[in-house]
Design a protein around this ligand. Structure first.
Ligand SMILES: Nc1nc2c(c(CN[C@H]3C=C[C@H](O)[C@@H]3O)cn2[C@@H]2O[C@H](COP(=O)(O)O)[C@@H](O)[C@H]2O)c(=O)[nH]1
Length: 354
């Protein structure tokens, strides 16, 4: 049985929070037989595709070279890596950015907008620059260039605020470079997560649930995971405790977890989510779950716990894996099988946390 890294600090708090949420949930559960089935399927698929950190740089829009510029790109993208679901489900309506003849939506529209800005000579990954960019300049960076698309990038005002705040902190405390912050964490992923949630308020993904404070730290953890994956665990991306990082509680991976049977919603929660999806499909407003709503926290916390249970099953089968690779695999799977996922509703929360 491989030794599971003893975690402390941030990731430990996330995993403890996830288990607490799961044990105190009324509308979301992690069925053991679904977890077992999911572990078998995911392990087989990951083995057959040789899924590894090398996948990260294979995406068209992610940096293809692991260097300091890539670290600054990752920071800007993960500072803005939240809330892309469209308020109108018709894909022609969803915020879109085109690059090299391809149209990108969702998370990839953010990457395409950042890459387009770089090509246009905007120093969008230089904290000294983006800390002082105006709302108009950032609106231009995130403009949609598809004449048929009505929808602007969701939460543009929050993105302006979050990016300028992050840039100002980087300039004041780290010479304007996230690479300097990485260097300060002495090769500890947990230390880096701690520094990020300490210094950047918008990464402080913490909530009240069942009378307790819980932390989910989705963007702080994916920020560290993206550096680790970009560098394939070597050099500046080497973190001795990387296996302590948990799944990233977003709105896409829960869909895949439900698809694999490792996450289950109560009939009333399922009905709520389907009602909201139907409204959006009709072109009406979604039935929002406010950030911090018990159902939203249950979906996110149980997703983290489901991936942890899947990870434990795969480790017990003697295969080395961590929550990051399972998460990345599930997220990529959900995107590649969007048609299957359509049968499973996502939850509609507007939040800067994911
Ligand atoms: N749990 C988890 N959540 C992730 C990612 C990523 C991007 N990572 C990829 C990039 C390189 C790696 O190889 C990964 O494949 C984005 N998101 C979240 O999804 C949502 C966007 O969804 P949609 O609207 O459908 O594009 C939004 O909350 C965003 O924050 C991930 O990996 N895991």
């Amino acid at each position: 049985m491989p030794v599971v890294q003893q975690c402390s600090d941030a990731a430990e708090r996330v995993l403890t929070s996830a288990q607490f949420i799961s044990e105190h949930s009324s509308d979301v559960s992690v069925p053991e037989d679904g977890v077992r089935q999911a572990a078998r399927e995911i392990m087989a698929r990951m083995k057959s595709t040789g899924y590894s950190t090398a996948e990260w740089k294979k995406h068209t829009l992610t940096p293809s070279v692991a260097d300091d510029a890539a670290i600054e790109w990752i920071f800007v993208v993960d500072a803005l890596n939240f809330s892309f679901w469209p308020t109108r489900a018709d894909r022609a309506e969803q915020y879109t950015v085109s690059l090299d003849g391809a149209a990108y939506r969702g998370y990839w529209s953010l990457c395409a907008a950042i890459n387009r800005a770089q090509r246009e000579g905007v120093a969008i990954t230089d904290a000294h620059h983006y800390a002082a960019m105006t709302a108009e300049q950032l609106a231009h960076v995130f403009r949609t260039d598809d004449p048929d698309t009505q929808e602007p990038i969701p939460m543009l005002d929050e993105r302006v605020r979050v990016l300028r705040e992050a840039g100002q902190v980087l300039v004041e405390k780290y010479g304007g470079r996230f690479a300097n912050m990485v260097a300060q964490c002495d090769g500890s992923a947990q230390r880096l997560v701690e520094l990020v949630v300490r210094d950047f308020p918008s990464f402080r993904d913490e909530h009240e649930f069942a009378g307790r404070s819980v932390c989910l730290y989705k963007r702080a953890q994916i920020l560290v995971a993206d550096v680790w994956a970009c560098f394939e665990g070597r050099g500046k991306g080497r973190f001795a405790d990387i296996d302590c990082i948990t799944m990233f509680a977003d709105y896409r991976v829960p869909q895949a977890l439900c698809h694999f049977g490792a996450l289950e919603y109560s009939p009333r929660l399922r009905a709520h989510l389907e009602q909201s999806e139907a409204a959006v499909r009709r072109g009406d407003a979604p039935v929002l779950l406010p950030s911090g709503h018990p159902w939203e926290v249950e979906i996110r916390g149980n997703s983290i716990w489901a991936v942890e249970r899947i990870r434990q099953h795969i480790l017990a089968a003697g295969t080395s894996v961590n929550a990051i690779l399972i998460d990345f695999y599930m997220w990529d799977y959900a995107k590649e099988h969007a048609d299957h996922m359509r049968a499973i509703p996502i939850h509609h929360t507007r939040s800067v946390y994911y």
